[in-house]
Design a protein around this ligand. Sequence first.
Ligand code: HEM
Length: 601
Amino acid sequence: MWLGASDKKDELSRTTLIVSLSTFALFCFLWVAKQAGKTVPPLPPATKSEGFIILSSSLSVLDSQNSYVSNTVSAMWLGWLGASSEKDELPRTTLIVSLFTFALFCFLWVAKQTRKTVPPLPPGPRGLPLVGYLPFLGTEPHKKFEELAGIYGPIYKVWLGKKLCVVVNSPSLVKEVVRDQDTTFANRDPPVAALAATYGGADIAFLPYGHEWKKLRKIFVREMLSNASLDGSYTLRREQLRKGIRNVYEKIGTPIDVGELTFATLINVMMSLLWGGTLQEDEGANIAAEFKALLAELMVLFAKPNVSDFFPALARFDLQGIERDAKSIFEWNERIFDSAIDMRLKYLAKAKDEGPGITEQKEDFLQILLELRERDDAATSITTTQIKALLLDVLVGGSDTTTTMVEWAMAELMHHPEAMRRVHGELTEMVGLDCIVEESHLPKLNYLGAVIKETFRLHPALPLLVPRSPSQSSTIGGYTVPKGARIMLNVWAIHRDPKIWDNPLEFRPERFLNDSGRLDYSGNDFNYLPFGSGRRICAGLPLAEKTLKYVLASLLHQFEWQLPPSTELDLSDRFGIVTKKRMPLIAIPTPRLSEPELYTK
Ligand code: HEM
């Protein structure tokens, strides 16, 4: 079959084989003819060249059952090859040529087989020399990637400058990445700006998979965000949220930027979880305002396409100054963290002098982390840099994402009055209009839960998750994914795939009501992945889930929200590290609750 095949790639090795076989046949013919015309010659003196030894020993193996014949034949070969008779010249040359050609054939065949076992790179659009597909990506890469999925299928590649990106668009291939080969794909591919702003990538989000990442993640999930720790910090969250609600109440009847209000509230919530009341009231307020500006700037920097990321050879020139700006944010950040740590240490020293009891109220994240720093055990103790990296993960991971989702959910509800009525109905029934929402109410708010899930489906905050990178060359969907490539899991396309979702572009929370909880945030169903999946799934998920529902339930329970007169609701988005509403949601609150005191509690 192979000899008759017309595959051009096989042509060279086929020709080589044919030449080698025919030369060998010619040699056999000449040798037999020669043997027929003479008697067996006496044994010549052995000439010990390497080739003779190999040849003789291989013949011995072939004929190991008859050592006499074997010895005789090998002796003949040795003698014949070593002889200098002119009569032997032709068959000898023929043998050498045939052996050489045969070896060449074997070499080509093995090379071809090796090539065959390495699958090709995924298909993908052709780009321009040097810049690849960068000029065609536009300002909405998530939509462009969705469009390309329609053309190239469940996996494709794009070259962005010198960076090979592989985009995975189907649940079954996402599963190959985050479940079947999760360890291999558990590295990140941090952009230059992220490295500059996160202690060189020393935080959970950007550390490569390995011991340090596992240690920090364990501390984050088991110590900082454990159920006990979250329950214990409820009063901190409640206090900050109540402050936010009071703020809204003071502006009743006037247009409010919902995103701005939520962001400010969440920064306060996160800072309170980080270091509680360490900072004085007005100092805390100043720092919260500074952080707000800092994070907003950081998000802009992270979202900017950076030449240094696409052309690593140019990174040291920092052509756009992005690394420089990220470093200056980092320094600012560093000062705030240092001062909070310093104040806490002074407080602890004072507490030690003044006797026990005073430290008990401070079970915030900073306290947990400082206690870990004091441990002698290298496996669990952490450095000051790691403390700051973890604090940063809470602030960066927790504020912009959650704010974005509050804004989207509010906007979708205002766009779908029937869904808004249902949410209000549920809140009235489960909480009542004579008291305020507490976290204990949240599990009962099923419809609001479905609204949030549907919002995540239509508007995933990170539509391509946080890119991963394989630690070794691997195969996904039958294609090679080389070590170090950037892997983007296209949650945006999966959440909008009509083969998976009925009328995917419609906002229909009901689709999550009757799924018996199958579609949750755990990342086990690869059709629905707003928080990612596998080892690298969002580390802040328990806090995110709680905070988002708590903030939304409170804003919706206590107020009706209307658009300002003669404005229209805009539901378009703007791609970024977190993909948000293009236009801020501006809405006018009016009170829903019976007693004004309920707003100032
Ligand atoms: C609505 C809110 C949030 C959303 C939508 C969100 C989404 C995500 C996503 C998609 C990832 C990447 C997962 C992957 O690669 O598979 C991620 C990672 C991460 N998130 Fe969140 N997140 C949210 C809130 C939070 C909060 C509140 C925190 C911290 C308290 C947080 C901390 C982190 C960290 C540390 C990582 C990196 C995990 C790792 O690489 O191991 N996130 N998040």
